[in-house]
Design a protein around this ligand. Structure first.
Ligand SMILES: Cc1cc2nc3c(=O)[nH]c(=O)nc-3n(C[C@H](O)[C@H](O)[C@H](O)COP(=O)(O)O)c2cc1C
Length: 343
């Protein structure tokens, strides 16, 4: 299977919900939520991709060659690359597919592990959307990060317990899902979370790391840090929860500045990451690692676990190629001066 074959298979399987565009940039699917698009005008999704595309990389090949190492450590484990599949649930609702949430998660978890990464998995008011991926993770014995919707704590805490019992690597909560229409359509109720709520979640997840997904401001990042979280995901849910949001790459430098260069809080970022060049840009702008959403769906429908593995390895190879052209021999050496912001 080559990459273009994989895209063609995915296009046949995902039409008409997802067109598998040559670049997944949110234009063809504006407003399609449920679906694969961005909310309202779709601008938040479109801007995530467009802003990142316009960040430029500064070439410098005047250095003594020393190789390129993309390995990293998170959650007390080593990974081959700083890119993790983002949680994506609702195969029927969003993609019109009859695949079960468990079977979908299984191929993403397996492909990710084979590439030296680990997948985040999703949640919804439909029980199987949370427990199906947990079953797959346990059966495969691979790392994974279940991501719980921001239910009231009496509903969220039993899911934390289940994630621990099933052997999760870390646990996340997509706090921005408080604005998600899909959850409401499925009969669920989700709420914003206070610092006190986050502290309770940190304590309930211990000894596993707890990650807050859906932070878009320095103020929000500081509140998450105050609660003692392991990490945050700078994310606007792929533009699915609020129209007219800035791009995630646009707010990332402010968030890094607020938390500090050597912050113990890990900064993940998602929204518009498509290639290894994008991973490089996100790290230069302040991320420790990234999550990738929609392209993982394409890869999994186009090629199953093998498609996910192939896509992540392609991203890693592109990251290596970019590091070669900029003089970074490891992820720590990817610095802010290696990129220029769009005017
Ligand atoms: C169809 C679809 C379903 C999603 N489901 C979830 C989910 O269950 N939990 C979650 O935290 N995020 C969910 N997300 C958001 C992604 O995790 C991620 O933040 C976003 O897709 C990143 O942007 P990208 O797709 O441009 O890479 C979903 C996104 C899409 C497109």
């Amino acid at each position: 299977m080559d990459y273009n074959e994989m895209l063609k298979t995915a296009r046949d399987l995902l039409a008409p919900k997802c067109r598998v565009c040559p670049v997944c940039d949110g234009r063809a699917c504006r407003g399609e939520v449920p679906g694969a698009g961005g909310k309202g005008s779709g601008d938040s999704f479109v801007r995530n991709v467009a802003y990142l595309r316009d960040v430029q990389i500064v070439l410098d090949t005047l250095y003594a060659e020393h190789g390129q190492d993309t390995s990293c450590e998170f959650f007390g484990r080593k990974f081959a690359l700083p890119a993790f599949p983002a949680p994506i649930g609702g195969m029927k609702m969003n993609y019109g597919s009859d695949i079960s949430e468990e079977a979908q998660a299984e191929r993403v978890l397996a492909g990710s592990a084979a590439a030296g990464s680990a997948a985040f998995t999703g949640d919804s008011p439909v029980r199987e959307a949370f427990y199906g991926p947990l079953e797959a993770m346990k059966r495969l014995g691979v790392p994974g990060v279940p991501t719980i919707k921001p239910w009231s704590l009496d509903l969220a805490l039993p899911r934390v317990q289940a994630a621990k019992e099933y052997g999760a690597t870390a646990i996340a909560m997509d706090v921005d899902a408080a604005g998600l229409v899909n959850v409401k359509l499925n009969g669920g109720t989700v709420y914003p979370k206070s610092v006190a709520d986050m502290k309770e979640l940190v304590a309930a997840c211990a000894p596993l790391p707890f990650i807050v997904k859906g932070v878009m401001s320095a103020k929000g990042a500081l509140k998450a840090a105050e609660a003692g979280v392991y990490g945050i995901v700078v994310s606007n849910h792929g533009g699915r929860v609020l129209d007219s949001s800035p791009a995630t790459a646009e707010v990332l430098p402010e968030i890094r500045a607020a938390l500090g260069e050597n912050s113990p809080v890990k900064i993940f970022m998602d929204g518009g990451i498509r290639t290894g060049l994008d991973v490089f840009k996100a790290i230069a702008l302040g991320a420790d690692a990234v999550l990738i959403g929609r392209p993982i769906i394409t890869a999994s429908f186009g090629g199953g676990a093998e498609g996910v593995e192939m896509y992540l390895k392609k991203v890693a190879a592109e990251l290596v190629a970019t590091m070669l052209m900029t003089g970074a021999s490891n992820l720590k050496e990817i610095t802010r001066d290696m990129v220029r912001l769009p005017k």
